[in-house]
Design a protein around this ligand. Structure first.
Ligand SMILES: [Zn+2]
Length: 632
């Protein structure tokens, strides 16, 4: 890919408030000047993850991760830096024009992705036009109207219609100038013979209402098509295949719109179809998700856990719905989500029910939905005679298997107690039926704590902190001979990095741009500094620490010059130059010493007197030793 110019990176940082960005993934609690949350990068019980709105940075004191808004998106979404920048740019509506870059392959890959995204945007528009403006879209319009969807809703969800044709979409895309290969990659068309890439292609979606599937920043990455009649023999829903843009198992339909509602409610209403989701959302039940396909995948459950701690499954009462609910259960429990089940009356689904009874009644249903285990026991009790010991044991065994999925120890204990009470057995007895506890999968899958960079020596860390946070301190340091000092001071690379960048301490966007130039370990170090307390007189402190750092360097140089002066066979010119250098270095060293804190007044006076003496010597030296004449 190309490189993104740094002023654009700064602009994107400025347009994405880090509190809002992180807050769109999980709730943040205000704590004084900062925000706090449980760290998403390591498992913990008390929050050590901090977000600093003034510096626009985040840092976890538990595992050490931290950095800019870009770093957060990279770590949280497992994407690389350019992707993180592009996502945040898209979020803020900033066009990213990349300077032509380094790798031809990456460039091409990026180009291909961009083309695919563009094809999806245009296809969405074309499907929409079919639905809204063309005669052939009439049955679909009627269908949606019958389902109670107004044209505003249709537009807001960008619904469309794929004509009943084998090649209408193909022809349209070719007309728009897309290559056959690209159209095939998008999944909008299919190969007649999957084995033969050169075989004929035909439209995948025919005679279906089209629901664009978006990624979390709202870019269309796939489609789901629904048949118009339930009598049709074709599958009710048909999704795009997995493509470079779309991974079905890790996408939740509508999430880009429902995120906020999920976080606020801390509970997700899970329904089966896109139409259910849209109807609920438009009725004001905005905390709703729909897995692509029928059951939750592990990865979808993990995504969901970022937003909520509780889910209510509302699957249809039919057998397929029940099965989907049961299959969803495992990944949800394994991610420590509290699962409740709202059974829909026979013949109804969330969509029809909300339209029939209204949002309030539906809400009441959700509120009354029993916990999964209660639901399950009730259902078993209705078919098996639980007063019969054998039947009861059988039910207990089956339940134990499911309870074993819960790996959070607290939650598991609670469930064990509840189930045991319902079955009228002792909790200890029931616990013996449980499978051996699984390895805490959740924690194992999370990133291992990042290797934290060895912290630089205290004085260097202090100088970095001051240079990053205080404009005056920064200006002072930049005006010094820092390159020479840093070159001779091991472990001060970070300070050099800060001073040679043109980071502006007062501008959080500039800080974010600077952090984006660092390796992850360095970035987490910096994000830690950004949360530290600042001394009130930053510039004075910077001077003190700076001279403290400089002093040993000056002393070493002084020593070197003095021993060189002792060498035999020095030319007169060299000797004079060295004597001069020694004088200058002694003055510098004394001046540096004078800046150090904690000097007694008499020490200070003595130092000042020495400096005056040395300066006088240097003056004499210059006056009476015309070096140039002697050297020549
Ligand atoms: Zn952490």
């Amino acid at each position: 890919m190309g490189t993104i110019p740094s002023h654009v990176i700064e602009q994107i940082a400025a347009a994405n408030d880090i509190v809002e960005v992180i807050g769109s993934y999980f709730p943040l609690k205000r704590a004084g000047a900062n925000y706090r949350a449980l760290c998403p990068f390591h498992q913990e019980k008390t929050p050590s993850f901090h977000v600093n709105p003034a510096r626009q940075s985040f840092h976890c004191f538990g595992c050490g991760v931290g950095g800019s808004v870009f770093r957060f998106v990279m770590d949280y979404e497992h994407v690389d830096f350019p992707t993180s920048v592009r996502r945040l740019a898209a979020r803020a509506g900033i066009p990213v024009i990349e300077e032509r870059g380094t790798s031809y392959d990456e460039d091409r890959q990026h180009e291909a992705r961009r083309t695919l995204l563009k094809l999806h945007v245009e296809a969405t528009e074309w499907f929409q036009e079919n639905l809204l403006k063309r005669e052939l879209g009439k049955p679909a319009r009627e269908y949606l109207k019958n389902r109670g969807l107004t044209s505003e809703v249709v537009k807001s969800w960008q619904l469309g219609f794929a004509p009943e044709s084998w090649d209408a979409c193909l022809k349209w895309a070719l007309d728009r100038g897309y290559k056959r290969g690209t159209i095939l990659q998008s999944g909008l068309v299919k190969l007649r013979d999957e084995e033969r890439p050169e075989s004929e292609v035909y439209d995948r979606f025919r005679g279906r209402v089209m629901f664009p599937i978006c990624n979390d920043v709202g870019e269309v990455i796939a489609f789901s098509g629904r048949v118009l009649t339930s009598e049709s023999e074709a599958a009710k829903y048909l999704n795009s295949p997995e493509t470079a843009l779309f991974r079905k198992g890790s996408t939740l339909f509508g999430l880009h719109k429902t995120k906020r509602g999920l976080i606020e409610a801390d509970c997700a209403i899970v329904c089966e179809g896109q139409l259910d989701l849209i109807t609920l959302f438009e009725a004001g039940l905005t905390n709703v998700v729909a897995p692509q396909g029928t059951a939750f995948t592990e990865s979808q459950a993990r995504i969901l856990k970022r937003y909520v701690n509780q889910v209510v499954l509302c699957f249809d009462a039919d057998a397929a719905g029940q099965k989907a609910a049961e299959r969803s259960l495992e990944p949800l429990l394994e991610n420590d989500l509290v699962v409740r089940v709202a059974e829909m009356p026979r013949g109804e689904d969330p969509d029809s029910l909300v339209r029939k009874e209204g949002a309030d009644k539906f809400r009441a249903r959700l509120a009354a939905a029993p916990d999964f285990f209660d639901f399950w026991i009730q259902r078993q009790a209705s078919t098996a005679d639980l007063t019969n010991l054998n039947a009861k044991l059988q039910v207990a065994r089956e339940l134990a298997d499911t309870v074993g999925r819960v790996h959070d120890p607290l939650m598991r204990n609670e469930v064990i107690n509840k189930v045991a009470a319902r079955l009228a057995v002792s909790a200890a007895d029931f616990a013996t039926l449980l499978p051996k506890p699984q390895r805490a999968r959740g924690s194992a899958e999370k990133q291992p704590p990042r290797t934290v960079a060895p912290a630089p020596r205290h004085e260097i860390a202090m100088l970095c902190l001051l240079a990053l946070r205080d404009t005056e301190a920064n200006t002072f340091l930049v005006s010094q001979d820092w390159r020479e000092v840093i070159e001779e001071t091991p472990g001060s690379e970070m300070l050099a990095h800060i001073l040679e960048s043109d980071v502006r301490p007062d501008d959080p966007a500039s800080l974010n741009r600077f952090m984006a130039s660092l390796a992850p370990e360095e970035e987490s170090l910096v994000s830690g500094w950004l949360l530290q307390k600042m001394p009130p007189n930053a510039e004075t402190v910077a001077r003190e620490w700076w001279h403290g750092l400089r002093l040993p360097v000056l002393r070493r140089r002084l020593q070197a010059a003095e021993s060189r002066l002792k060498l035999p066979q020095l030319s007169v010119g060299e000797e004079i130059r060295l004597q001069r250098e020694i004088l200058e270095l002694r003055i510098h060293a004394l001046e540096a010493q004078r800046q150090r804190p904690g000097l007694a007044p008499n020490e200070l006076t003595a130092l000042e007197k020495q400096v005056v003496d040395l300066r006088a010597q240097l003056d004499d030296f210059s006056r009476f030793s015309p070096t140039r004449a002697l050297e020549s």
